[in-house]
Every structure is written in C-alpha cells, then in structure tokens.
Design a binder for this molecule. Sequence first.
Ligand code: SF4
Ligand code: SF4
Length: 309
Amino acid sequence: MQGTGIVGLGGASLPVHVKYSLREGVKIKHLIANGAECEPYLTNDHRVMVERPEALLRGIEILHTLLRAEESIIGIELNKPDAITSLGEHIPSDRPFRVAPLRVKYPQGDSKMMIKSLLNIEIPKGLHAADRGIIMNNVSTIVAIADHFDTGMPYIDRMVTVSGPGIEYPANLIVPLGTPVREVLRFWGGLKAETKEVLMGGPMMGTPIASLDAPIIKSSSGILAFTAQQTARPKEVPCIRCGRCVEACPYFLNPSKLARLAKARQFDKIKQANVTECVECGSCTYSCPSGIPIVQLIRSAKSEMRGKA
Ligand code: SF4
Ligand code: SF4
C-alpha cells in the first residue's frame, strides 16, 4: 500500500503501509474496524458505515485475507443503531466477521480502550497491539483501502463533518485535500455571526485554527464552529488537588503531575511519569475545576520533546 497516500483517518495519521509492515514472525489473529467515533459532533465515520457498508466489508475482506486473520470485528458504539443494523445485514454468513456493539463512553475509540472492550486484552506499556496479534484501523481508512484496490486512485479527498452551534447547515462533505477551510464554509453556507472559535477535529482532541485559510489535511475529521457560550473557559487558578483529573484519566495517569512537570519543562521527569502513555483525550482538562489546560500543556511538552529528539 506504499504510495497510495492512505493514512489512519481516526486521528493518528500513521501511513497504512507502515501499520501493515509487520515484524517478522508477527501473526495477526484479530482485525478490528474501529467505528466508535466517540467524540461529540463528529459523524463522518457514522455516515460512511451507513452509506457504504459494502465498501467497508470489501476493505475488511482484503485486509483479513492479506493478514490471514482468524476474525474481523467491527466495533460500533450503541448510539449508531442504523450502522450496527446495516453492517450486520451485509456481513456474509460464511465469513468470520462480526459487528460488536459497544457502550457509549469517551474515549471508546482509543485503540487500547477498544481492544480491552472487545477482547478483554490489555496492551502493556511499550507494546503495540500487533505484538498481541491485533491490528486496528478506523472504518473510513478501510473504505479508502477498498476504494484504492477498486480504482487505483491515491488518497485525494476525505469526508469532513462540518458542524457545531456556529454552523448554519451541519453536514458531512467530501472535500479535496488542500481545500482551505474558508472555501468549505463558503460552499456550505458559512459561519453564524456569533461564531467565536473554529476547531479542526473534534471538541475533545481537535485544535483551534488561527486562520480560515488552513487547508483540509488527511486528519481533518471535522470543522467545528463554536460560539462564546461554548468556548467560555473558567479562569485558571492553582490546582486544589481534588483528584478529579486522576479519576477521569482512562490510562491511570496523574494528569495534574504531568501538567505541573510540563509547565516547569522538566522533560526527564515527565517521561518517567509515563507521558507517552497519554492519548491526549482531554478528559482531564474537561474535569478540572481549576480551569487548568492540562492536555494542552501535555501536548506542547510532548511536541517539544519530539522536536528535541
Ligand atoms: S489527556 Fe489527560 S485524561 Fe487523557 S490520557 Fe492524557 S492525561 Fe489521561
Ligand atoms: S482536576 Fe485540576 S484541580 Fe483537581 S487535581 Fe487535577 S489539576 Fe488539580
């Protein structure tokens, strides 16, 4: 799949040819199609599952055969009953494929979380899912793979959710890569006058864009617009050690400590505190009564560490 331009469309943007270049001796037992799409507002994976079930199953068939997997599972949150029904009806009865409905919880779409929910397997720190015989891709990525096998076309456009209280007409649009956000919005009715902030991606993991001239890239799952009502954040005050961020972290990290070390730019210590295990889900920031931008601090520390490396 090298040269196709297809990357993981769930957020990480890992090129698929890298994901499927397995180490010698690695045997894949389970292929997982990730249809959780757990961030609020985003619905493009949902649309793909409802509108293109045959393409998704064709992609699963291609990957399942190439990997010689034993089982393929499509994980979908229970709040997408039409996708669960549609895919369930399309699965051939003679194939070891199944749809697995999942509890609606954030961040259900994170790979380690989904693997635990579907297979009750925990991936230890430092290991990859493939080391436990599991490989997972987002459903839209699998559809892109099927399309490439059918047409030979490289990856040149993606479905983008245009939504949020600042958007006149919420929709999912197929947008050529490189299109400025401004053009997408102009084509689809524009922003409401009271819009305060535009995000690229979901409300939990997305990032605000400084200019509407920013282009749509492969990881642009959404263009979300919010008004002052949703973007108002509590004024940041010192940590009161309430522990809510620790309770909220799905990976049992200490976000308060990570934020403190990130602020102090103590990169060696933050590494020892397992910052690399943080999936940047934003649950800690969301739960913090002191208004501390925990995930933003962690994210910038990680990016500085990457730069240094
Ligand atoms: S963003 Fe916060 S809650 Fe999410 S994994 Fe990282 S530290 Fe934990
Ligand atoms: S939730 Fe906020 S205030 Fe509470 S311990 Fe975590 S960082 Fe501190």
